[in-house]
Design a protein around this ligand. Structure first.
Ligand code: SF4
Length: 313
């Protein structure tokens, strides 16, 4: 096994094909509405991450109905993960959060994935999710934007939170019997190779359950986009992304599920994305290189629990 693939994990866990259905709710982000900052992360487009969603004027139930009809007919699946994708989906009143999450608990749903920021995780919301998991048997995964563990570069990216909030969020989520997924960019030009390796080591030490890798993409009318147009920042070459991602995987606990090796960006307003190559080709390049060089997820894992110093004592 080269790495712990999400599709294999889903098949093993649910015994059938499972598809993620994106759901878009009227929510914003504290890094955009002024609570933390008005500028957002330097790479963030106005849609947050959810550029492929149905409009949030539709109810959660209607979005699930439309998306599941399409997926069910085209991919022959009757089991779904509801994915609250855009912006920070726990950054809303408790009552609204509860209403939207309950609306997502419908027939065929095996899990709810909720994308949010590490500084938007709160005990009261986690308690609610724990109850849903226990009463309805629906798995809950909180997807946390992190991107780098280098706290200087978290500042550079204007993330508006440090590493401490991420660590707290992961520990807190696990305390409630829920799961976490970290979003990670391994080719940030301001990060060096050691930052990427330390990223894998920290996620492993924390016991994060899943990881979603993506490359740095650059959108027009963002701070990063303006820097790129002024030639103040230069994306790393594709070879660096491939090598960094493989090294990241090598240091990662092999139990951690890899949701994806590379993401996609919106085609409109994109100044730079995936070196002008399709995401699936880059995924193939990574897998081929791993295979050719005999490298796999976790083959450099084994640094926790005193295992380097106390192995033979
Ligand atoms: S946390 Fe997410 S939605 Fe908020 S500014 Fe950053 S990338 Fe955009």
């Amino acid at each position: 096994m080269l790495y712990n693939k999400f599709s294999d994990y889903l098949k093993m866990k649910y015994g059938t094909k499972v598809y993620k259905l994106p759901v878009n709710i009227p929510v914003t982000c504290p890094n955009r509405d002024g609570k933390v900052s008005r500028n957002g992360c330097i790479f963030c487009g106005e849609e947050g991450a959810g550029f492929e969603n149905l409009p949030n004027s539709l109810s959660v139930s209607e979005q699930i109905r439309q998306n599941s009809k399409y997926i069910g007919e085209n991919y022959k699946s009757e089991r779904f993960i509801i994915y609250f994708q855009n912006y920070s989906n726990t950054y809303l009143s408790y009552d609204n959060f509860s209403k939207y999450i309950h609306e997502a608990c419908v027939e065929g749903v095996v899990a709810i994935y909720i994308s949010t920021r590490p500084d938007c995780i709160h005990d009261r919301y986690l308690e609610l999710l724990k109850t849903i998991k226990e009463e309805k048997g629906i798995d809950i995964v909180l997807e946390l934007g992190l991107q780098t563990v280098n706290y200087h570069n978290l500042k550079y990216l204007n993330r508006g939170h440090g590493l401490a909030e991420f660590i707290d969020a992961v520990i807190r989520i696990r305390r409630y019997g829920l799961e976490s997924c970290a979003h990670y960019i391994s080719d940030l030009p301001m990060d060096n190779f050691d930052d990427v390796v330390e990223g894998a080591r920290i996620l492993s030490a924390l016991g994060v359950n899943q990881v979603k890798c993506h490359s740095m993409y650059i959108l027009k009318d963002t701070v990063l986009g303006n820097m790129f147009e002024r030639e103040e920042i230069e994306p790393l070459p594709l070879e660096s992304y491939i090598e960094r991602t493989i090294s990241f995987l090598e240091y990662l606990d092999p139990e951690i599920v890899i949701q994806r090796l590379i993401g996609r960006a919106p085609e409109e307003r994109t100044l730079f994305c995936n070196w002008g190559t399709s995401w699936w080709k880059i995924k193939d390049y990574i897998e081929e290189k791993m295979d050719r060089e005999g490298r796999s997820q976790g083959n450099r894992f084994g640094y926790l629990n005193g295992s380097r110093c106390l192995k033979n004592i």
